[in-house]
Ligand binder design. Structure first.
Ligand code: SF4
Length: 223
């Protein structure tokens, strides 16, 4: 059982509710989506057995908040994760899953081993892809058994109706979860600012705790 891993490194979390926490990052190769704003460079990988990955993780000796399993899409490697997560648990690590929120069957197999889920909501008007709401709904139902918060990239092209659809799903399935709105880092931030404030207000009026947190690692040039 091998997984294709793009990189392993330590840094601080650059987005979402755990911004600034020190983590070990394991970035898996490949993704099942192709968002128009994607800037994740996945041009190379190394294959790891679970025990080889554990050995690499054990080289990081500082105190870490958790291991961030990220990508690409880490749930493409559900069978591999089933093997590695008990090993990293035994070494005292917490598991933080960064996911695009679509592979619900895979999440179901792993949910008992995950501590925190940072789940994307892909707004069709932001990603330029089709509608993924049915997958997000199934995913959030499973994710809500654990700590989960949601993230959505907001672009100039993002429609308010997508925000309202996302809020309806959160209210129905996991009303206490926080929605983090993230400005697309490659667009004019002044133009986006007004839209984000408006969206934040709509979210809070609808009873979903909604905040705006930019992707700090991109601004600061962190990995
Ligand atoms: S889900 Fe993430 S990694 Fe995959 S295409 Fe979209 S932005 Fe890129």
């Amino acid at each position: 059982m091998k997984a294709r891993i793009n990189e392993i490194f330590d840094s601080v979390q650059g987005e979402g509710l755990y911004l600034g926490e020190k983590q070990i990052f394991v970035r898996f190769f490949d993704c099942n989506l192709s968002c128009s704003y994607c800037d994740t460079k996945l041009d190379r990988f190394t294959e790891y057995e679970p025990k080889e990955l554990l050995e690499e993780i054990c080289l990081y000796r500082d105190k870490y908040h958790s291991i961030s399993f990220t990508g690409g899409e880490p749930l493409l490697y559900a069978d591999f994760l089933k093997e590695i997560l008990p090993l990293t648990s035994d070494h005292g690590h917490k598991h933080y899953l960064e996911t695009n929120g679509t592979l619900f069957s895979e999440l179901e197999q792993l949910i008992d081993r995950i501590d925190i889920i940072a789940m994307d909501l892909k707004f069709p008007s932001s990603t330029g892809m089709g509608n993924l709401w049915h997958m997000h709904k199934k995913f959030l139902k499973i994710a809500s058994k654990k700590e989960v918060f949601l993230k959505a990239i907001i672009c100039q092209a993002t429609y308010e109706e997508d925000l309202r659809q996302a809020l309806a799903i959160i209210k129905e399935i996991s009303p206490s979860s926080v929605l983090v709105l993230q400005p697309n880092s490659y667009e004019n931030q002044t133009v986006l600012h007004t839209k984000l404030q408006n969206f934040k207000e709509i979210g809070n009026q609808e009873g979903v705790t909604t905040c705006v947190i930019p992707q700090i690692h991109k601004i600061m040039g962190l990995r």
